[in-house]
Write a protein that binds this ligand. Structure first.
Ligand code: KIV
Length: 295
């Protein structure tokens, strides 16, 4: 288990690509997920607008607002002060002009505590990307399946299967690199086109459902851990633990204990605290049992 105390820099990330060191990225949406991921040695955390699906229960990421993103980014920044944090620009904040993009990105960094922002889209958002980069805001691109455009794309489908599509993806990646993006997420693109893009760019590619040849990989926290993820089965997800089952079972046992009056136990410290002679004695008994410091 490694634990870095200082966040990565975008220069270090580019060096990782040059040196062939794979980059690990994971989404996080709150204090505990960020803290655990940092303790596990993750390189980058992404406060993805996928929080709309996995945390807020929406069907798509479209309803996620800038205020939602700031709220969750703040919690992640508190949980992982030593990790580089990228925050997603939510629906329509990077496509309605440079000024909106600049102001939205500024709020994610200034109020949320992000080190960088991620924008979905290719050459059509090159002006917004370039303006943010000029203003000192690091931008991660995101092409391939871009969930904010799911209704335009017509579903969560693999991108780049047709030659024309593959060519467009490469042009988009090059446009983002020229605009100053420091890395690009490739989501649900075929392995050959992901490899081609990765080889053509000097900035790192981070894949999700894009095969083995990207410079790094990203997964959604709730998918990796089977944490009540609402997504349909995704072929590219590897489950590393099934905490959903663990949590459900534990809550089930708690419910059972309450129903059977098996919790609290008869000799719980609360009883002793009730019988204690003084307030100080009661606080020390209760605090000791509860694992908290006594005042
Ligand atoms: O919102 C998100 O979590 C993402 C990742 C899937 C890359 O954009």
């Amino acid at each position: 288990m490694s634990h870095s105390h200082r966040p990565l820099t975008i220069t270090k990330l580019k060096n990782m690509k040059q040196e062939g060191v794979p980059i690990s990225m994971l989404t996080a949406y709150d204090y505990p997920s960020a803290k655990l991921a940092e303790e596990a040695g993750i390189d980058l955390l992404l406060v993805g607008d996928s929080l709309g699906n996995v945390v807020l229960g929406y069907e798509t990421t479209i309803p996620v607002t800038l205020d939602d993103m700031i709220y969750h980014t703040k919690a992640v920044a508190r949980g992982a002060a030593g990790t580089f944090i990228v925050a997603d620009m939510p629906f329509m904040t990077s496509r309605v002009g440079v000024e909106t993009a600049l102001r939205s990105a500024a709020r994610l960094m200034q109020e949320g505590g992000a080190h960088a922002v991620k924008m979905e889209g290719g050459r059509e958002i090159a002006d917004e990307v370039a303006a943010c980069v000029r203003a000192g805001i690091p931008v991660m691109g995101h092409i391939g399946l871009t969930p904010q455009s799911v209704h335009q794309i017509g579903g969560y489908k693999v991108q780049g299967k047709l030659e024309q599509e593959a060519e467009r993806l490469l042009e988009d990646a090059l446009a983002l690199e020229s605009a100053g993006a420091f890395a690009i997420v490739l989501e649900l693109v075929t392995e050959p086109i992901a490899e081609k893009i990765t080889n053509r760019l000097s900035i790192p590619t981070i894949g999700i459902g894009a095969g083995r040849h990207c410079d790094g990989q990203v997964l959604v926290f709730h998918d990796l851990l089977q944490y009540a993820s609402p997504y349909r089965e995704k072929r590219f997800v590897k489950t590393y633990a099934d905490i959903g089952t663990t949590i459900r079972d534990a809550i089930g046992r708690y419910v059972g204990d309450v129903k059977q009056r098996a919790f609290p136990e008869q000799r719980h410290a609360f009883e002793a605290a009730t019988a204690a002679q003084s307030k100080d004695e009661a606080m020390s008994l209760y605090g000791a049992q509860d694992g908290r410091k006594t005042p």
